[in-house]
Design a protein around this ligand. Structure first.
Ligand code: NFS
Length: 671
């Protein structure tokens, strides 16, 4: 049977992507979208029922009661596969954190060319969490101690990964009681691999217990370290004006797209692109200058700190090369498609790998070393400039949107109360009064098996109508940016009356861009601060909040989902479930899915569910938020009570006589 190839509008909700996909089809060039159409996913693997952990298999289980050659049951195989994925995701985030800690150490010792400590206040705040002495010490001395402490978390064998101490006290006690406090980051990842080797851990509940501990080593370990050090070295984000989508590429400039995750390289490329000798070199090549743009989480890192535009999210990496206008795509680690190199052969684009961990056959490798970062960054840019003369026809879609990114938890704290009374009190009060019904984190990847950005933006729009404040990270944040949801005035007419009042009063968009995927730890910090502020219970699981990853695809997303559950959050993933088994058909194949939904909620107050339909995602999210409100004794959500203040309402009333204004605001005067 001929494969059904989707039309561009079915593949992406983004108009720029639709244009590029049409162009790719016309030229007969394949992309992840067409490959997803051509490649039917293996149904057994997709449900987590394929075990390939030893040479007696691979064992493909298709019937209830069937086991692998060793006797492994479906639920054991699903739990093991899930744990391996969570370990891989945790390893990726945490290795990123390790590299950041090593860079901090090099900077503290004056060994990292071009880098400085940009946020001394954050350095001191973080160091104070761990009782590192501050008085009379230079930033470099403090940074050296913090770097040593953070580097030690990876190889630590016993004890407690230190950022876990920043969780609410009640949550820490719960983790201690459950025995899931990570001892050392690498130790938990290694133990995951050990436990899932042939003949080891075979009790699904026991395997999933270690999945929680491993994921905590990511969220309250490696990822949190990555966010902390990135802010210390490159600055804690604050709102600024940015742009997103392929239309940020420039016809008359050398376009360099940076793609991947670690800000170490991309930040230095930003610096190098502004160097007079590099600008002169670009002009000598006939270009007006150098235009940088980002893809994936690298995009978020430089967008929220330096306002460098985002060319797009995960599924835009190929599309940006299709424009024919990219002289170099510079990549470091994670979410980089091998297809880039073959695709680039149709154009002039140089794909440049830089990490000692990532090489792609056919790509150019320029080894990046933080000790001579500026020199390497300039070399990369010179290669891109040299390539400008090889450019052929270009097709840059004239599609771009403005956005305001940069809502770090520090900034949210500040914006709610100003410098002298920075506080989460207004946010807690708005939730308690019901102006804000609850908070949702809509995060995670693109997946070419769903319509790009559609699920992200549909879920976001529906939650906003229901007065749910939305925070976003990763590729979800870029999806919202591209479709115009990250500018306050663009979205306020579509949000519920209570949320609108809050946004107008504080001056924030209803969707807050909080950074890259490792920055989901900022959300953990916000939730912790909301608990500390009071009025919303004593632990994260009491807050009316949910996490949604509607278009997830990476193992990192599974790790994030698991650490959010362990922190007390209800997490909803879209797409297919890696533990779905054969739901409705058999008895033991959906045991793991039920465990993650029911047992995890009993143990941690959070749960992970896979839901394909966006309307059901929203329904479940709202039901959870309302249940948490009721459990806290907060008033039931009643939107008609709100919307009687705020800028828009005041402007409406401004032309009316005073008595009519009073009546509109407060009802008929009593006689
Ligand atoms: Ni997150 Fe960032 Fe995007 Fe998914 Fe990949 S870029 S770390 S994994 S695809 S959101």
């Amino acid at each position: 049977m001929a494969k059904k190839m989707r039309a561009p509008a079915e593949r992406s909700a983004d108009p720029a992507a639709q244009q590029m996909l049409l162009y790719a089809d016309e030229r007969g060039i394949g992309t992840a979208f067409s490959r997803a159409d051509e490649m039917a996913p293996c149904p057994i693997g997709a449900d987590g029922m394929c075990c390939r952990l030893c040479g007696m298999g691979p064992c493909r289980l298709t019937k209830d009661g069937q086991t692998g050659v060793c006797g492994a049951t479906i639920d054991t195989i699903q739990a093991r596969n899930l744990l391996r994925s969570i370990a891989a995701g945790s390893a990726a985030h945490s290795d990123h954190g390790r590299d950041m800690a090593f860079t901090l150490k090099a900077v503290a010792n004056g060994e990292a060319e071009g880098y400085t400590i940009r946020d001394v206040a954050k350095l001191r705040t973080i160091a104070a969490h761990y009782d590192i002495p501050l008085d009379g010490r230079s930033p470099n001395e403090i940074a050296n101690d913090l770097a040593d402490l953070y580097i030690a978390q990876f190889g630590q064998q016993r004890g407690q990964v230190v950022p876990t101490r920043r969780a609410p006290e009640k949550r820490q006690r719960l983790w201690a009681d459950q025995g899931v406090i990570p001892r050392g980051i690498d130790r938990e990842v290694v133990e995951s691999l050990h436990r899932t080797h042939i003949g080891d851990d075979q009790d699904p509940a026991h395997i999933l217990h270690h999945a929680i501990r491993t994921a905590l080593a990511d969220g309250w370990g490696g990822s949190m370290i990555a966010t902390d050090v990135s802010d210390i070295l490159f600055g804690t984000p604050a709102p600024l004006l940015g742009q997103a989508n392929l239309g940020v590429l420039k016809a008359d400039m050398v376009n360099v797209v940076v793609h991947g995750h670690e800000p170490t390289l991309s930040d230095m490329i930003v610096t190098a692109s502004q160097a007079p000798d590099i600008i002169a070199y670009a002009r000598a090549a006939g270009a007006k200058g150098i235009n940088l743009a980002g893809i994936c989480c690298t995009a978020n890192e430089i967008l929220m700190r330096q306002g460098i535009p985002a060319a797009g999210n995960f599924l835009h990496q190929e599309l940006s090369i299709l424009t024919g206008a990219v002289e170099a795509m510079v990549v470091d680690v994670q979410c980089i498609m091998q297809a880039l190199v073959g695709l680039a052969r149709n154009f002039h684009t140089l794909v440049i790998t830089t990490s000692p961990k990532v090489k792609i056959k056919g790509a150019t490798h320029v080894a990046f070393d933080e000790h001579k970062a500026l020199t390497t960054a300039k070399e990369i840019l010179r290669r891109a400039i040299d390539n400008y003369q090889n450019r052929g026809d270009i097709h840059i879609p004239d599609v771009r949107e403005s956005l305001i990114p940069g809502f770090s938890h520090e900034y949210i704290n500040y914006m709610l109360g100003g410098s002298y009374r920075a506080s989460f009190r207004p946010l807690n009060d708005a939730i308690m009064s019901g102006r804000i019904r609850g908070v949702a984190a809509v995060v995670g990847c693109n997946n070419p098996r769903s319509q790009q950005d559609y699920l992200h933006t549909t879920v976001t729009r529906e939650l906003l109508k229901q007065d749910v404040l939305v925070v976003e990270t990763g590729c979800g944040a870029i999806a919202a940016a591209k479709l115009g949801l990250l500018l306050g005035e663009a979205g306020l007419d579509q949000v519920g009356p209570g949320l609108r009042e809050v946004c107008e009063t504080v001056g924030i968009p209803p969707v807050l861009h909080m950074g890259s995927c490792v920055d989901n730890t900022r959300i953990l910090t916000v939730l912790t601060q909301m608990v500390a502020e009071g009025g919303l219970g004593h632990d994260i699981d009491q807050i009316p909040a949910v996490g949604v990853a509607p278009e997830w695809m990476s193992e990192k997303a599974l790790a994030i989902g698991a650490y959010c559950v362990a922190s007390g959050a209800y997490v909803i993933f879209g797409g297919t479930s890696p533990v779905s088994g054969m739901p409705g058909k058999v008895t033991d194949s959906d045991l793991v899915a039920r465990y993650m939904s029911q047992e995890w909620e009993t143990l941690y107050g959070g749960k992970l569910e896979f839901v394909a339909d966006p309307a059901v995602m929203v329904e479940k999210a709202l039901a959870h938020i309302d249940r948490k409100r009721a459990d806290l004794g907060l008033p039931a959500y009643a939107p008609y009570r709100h919307g009687r203040s705020g800028d828009a309402r005041m402007q409406e009333l401004a032309g009316l006589p005073w008595e009519a204004q009073r009546e509109a605001l407060y009802g008929s005067p009593r006689l």
